[in-house]
Design a protein around this ligand. Sequence first.
Ligand SMILES: Nc1ncnc2c1ncn2[C@@H]1O[C@H](COP(=O)(O)OP(=O)(O)OP(=O)(O)O)[C@@H](O)[C@H]1O
Ligand SMILES: [Mg+2]
Length: 288
Amino acid sequence: MTLARTGPIGALEAVDFRYPDNSRGLVQCTLALQRGSRTVLLGPNGAGKTTLFLHLNGILRPQRGTVQFDGAPLDYGRPGLRQLRSRVGLVFQNPDSQLVSASVREDVSFGPCNLGLDRVTVSRRVAEALAMVGMVDQADRPVHALSFGQKKRVCIAGVLAMEPELLLLDEPMAGLDPAMQGELEQLLDRLHRRGMTIVMATHDIDFTYRWADQVCLLAEGQCRAQWEGAALPEVRDQLRQWGVGVPQVIQLHRLLVERGVIPATVPAPRSHEALQRLLAPRTGTAKG
Ligand SMILES: Nc1ncnc2c1ncn2[C@@H]1O[C@H](COP(=O)(O)OP(=O)(O)OP(=O)(O)O)[C@@H](O)[C@H]1O
Ligand SMILES: [Mg+2]
């Protein structure tokens, strides 16, 4: 194992970026992504989440500061970027920015074909990726005829077919139906167990608390705070101040502690299901 393999998989160091119209993208933005972690980027609209993702896969280049992947600064030459994009997959916030081909199958094949993989491997990867997002029966449909949520699924499949080491998802749940959101969450858990590092930008604070190992709060182009996912109950005042919301289960847990239903020594569980399990025997006793 090399030294780089033990450090962060991706990092920004004091990155400044302004768009051509002088809009602030990132300001002295510093962030390290732990290898194998599930990280959530929180932050209000315009905080710089998408801009940060575009830096991590080399679409945007910092005007000051550095971006690193796997222990080395990004190589912005054509072969360097090509290699980077085979290892860092970005699912765009807007599916229309990502979809390039006429049919679903062609679109999902696009990335793996560009990697120079043989035909058998490409079709295996495409079939697996389409199955993962429940789009096998839509494989031959034209992309333009799909609904917004279906387009998002195709985008996710296209990136998964690349089998990246670092998966960046820019608000992937937005526009997906609840069943697909649940399936995507399970899929991300499977990918995480296989060792993939996953970073997601989302406004869903309940999902964040349930899922994230690391939470990074972005505001005005800067990473202003970083917490362990499990520590969110302790920083709820800060979450409120930053306007990103407090997870419902943390609010409920606090209410139940205040009413004496749960002892204050019991930590806030990370999901409604876990809270229900916590309450089940007590409810039983009360009825009895
Ligand atoms: N193509 C662009 N040209 C000019 N300014 C841009 C462009 N894209 C983003 N910006 C500006 O950069 C800042 C950061 O935008 P960014 O899209 O990174 O925010 P975000 O955190 O992803 O927001 P959201 O939650 O709405 O997706 C905003 O002020 C935005 O107006
Ligand atoms: Mg965005």
